[in-house]
Ligand binder design. Structure first.
Ligand code: HEC
Length: 434
């Protein structure tokens, strides 16, 4: 009896932690015939297909030389780096009569510190916790033609245009061929070039790609995947690394210790030295897309951290996914889909929600007390309808509750509420009605 009690206590200690771990989903065998939905049934294969597609080397006409302080550098851009970035899509001084156009020449690389927009300082959102913006890495976001055109054609690139869009009352819905990429870079040495996809910024700084998010509108709530540079410290911490397609083994468990507290600090933040072997499937994807030589060498240094196609498992357990670099300060609670579901605006077209620290009571699986001090907690699991609308009392009017909009969701694209500026002289009348 006593033993049963003890076991129960142990379970109590372990369970909340276990509930935070994303379950390891068994790999689907590829079907013999045509798969009707690769993004849904073989998400990791689809993640790699996207990776190989967007990382192809950009044509020579989209490379350019940079001369800075007497030295000349040549860019090494992949296709996604030639697409419009956030500052291109969301100009600081938007002029509604002169919308941004699809670039027909190479664009300058503009990186901003992680967690900060190109024009925003999020000290207020972070409730004074500047401590988490310490890294010296650079971040950028690029969107393909389908995504860019949708933003421009629907006037979602400046605040008044967003307000007018919201006033129409139609949900935002990006075309199914939309793709967006977020890249994180660290400064690297010339001698380390072969280990990274590298590029120069306009000051001749050499950067190595360390993290890459790719989203695609192949699915109604988008398809989500994140890749890591293979030697990122803590690459698989907390949630493990899952890849049913590109590299074996298909699951690398986290080094994270149990929630009981006795955790040597050196268990997290370490390089994952577990060997990973490329599969014939990924090998041939690279080959078919023309990857060879140094270009293939660069791109053999990335691993899929995981893909995401739903908010929860079929039993309602939140699914977590985050990158050790991009989501470093809130990885333990990160869910691409839940956080992005909160990309929403108020009737005036401005951002409706902060995205950090809104859920301070969420249970976290912590590695060390010191880490607890610097962790942000973020929403995960199914979105809460009350974030977006207030509902009249169902019990009084069961069949037709009154729905009052609070915030309008913008099809998971955070850049819209996050980056759009107000036009000074507007040709679009901002709406005051929701
Ligand atoms: C806690 C919130 C949060 C989580 C979790 C999160 N993101 Fe984001 N994401 C953002 C914000 C905010 C931006 C806008 C940043 C900017 O514009 O500078 C963004 C931007 C992006 C973009 C550029 C397109 C856009 O929406 O503006 C992509 C792609 C992206 N994230 C993918 C992912 C993926 C994949 C994951 C999961 C591995 C993820 N994100 C997890 C908040 C989050």
């Amino acid at each position: 009896m006593r033993r049963a009690q003890a076991l129960f206590m142990v379970l109590l200690l372990i369970l909340p932690a276990a509930a935070q771990q994303s379950p390891q989903v068994p790999c689907n065998a590829p079907p013999a015939g045509v798969d009707p939905s690769v993004p849904m049934n073989q998400p990791d294969r689809y993640a790699w297909e996207l990776f190989v597609q967007v990382n192809q080397k950009a044509p020579a006409s989209f490379q350019h030389s940079i001369t800075y302080q007497g030295k000349t550098f040549m860019t090494n851009s992949a296709v996604w780096e030639t697409w419009p970035d956030d500052p291109w899509t969301f100009p600081t001084n938007p002029d509604p009569s002169d919308p941004p156009k699809w670039p027909d020449a190479p664009i300058a690389k503009r990186l901003h510190p992680k967690g900060k927009g190109n024009h925003l300082t999020h000290t207020a959102d972070l409730a004074g916790r500047n401590d988490i913006i310490l890294d010296t890495g650079g971040e950028e976001i690029h969107r393909n033609r389908a995504t860019f055109d949708y933003v421009i054609q629907n006037n979602l690139w400046y605040t008044q245009g967003i307000a007018a869009f919201v006033a129409k009352g139609l949900p935002a819905n990006f075309p199914t061929d939309s793709i967006e990429v977020k890249g994180n870079w660290n400064k690297i040495k010339e001698s380390d070039k072969s280990k990274y996809h590298w590029n120069y910024d306009e000051q001749g700084n050499l950067w190595g790609l360390v993290a890459m998010h790719i989203t695609s509108k192949a699915l109604p709530n988008w398809f989500w995947a994140t890749f890591e540079w293979v030697d990122n410290p803590g690459r698989c911490d907390y949630i493990g690394c899952s890849d049913c397609f590109g590299y074996q083994p298909s699951f690398v468990p986290s080094h994270t210790c149990p929630a009981s507290g006795n955790c040597p600090a050196n268990l997290v933040g370490q390089i994952y030295k577990e060997p990973t072997t490329i599969t014939p499937g990924l090998d041939s994807l690279f080959a078919k897309a023309g990857y060879s030589g140094a270009w293939l060498g660069e791109y053999r240094h990335y691993r899929l951290k995981g893909s995401m196609t739903n908010f929860t498992t079929s039993t309602g357990q939140p699914i977590l996914l985050g990158n050790s670099v991009t989501e470093s300060s809130f990885l333990q609670t990160a869910s691409c889909m839940t956080c992005h579901a909160r990309a929403a605006v108020k009737a005036d077209g401005t951002n409706a929600f902060p995205f950090f620290g809104e859920a301070p009571t969420l249970p976290l699986q912590m590695a060390t007390p010191a880490q607890f001090q610097t962790q942000q907690t973020t929403y995960h699991g199914a979105p809460d309808p009350n974030w977006f609308n207030s509902y009249s009392d169902f019990s009084k009017n069961e069949f037709q509750p009154t729905v009052t909009p609070i915030a309008t969701q913008l099809d998971f694209v955070w850049a819209i509420p996050f980056q759009a500026h107000a036009a000074k002289t507007s040709t679009t009348k901002p709406s005051s009605k929701p």
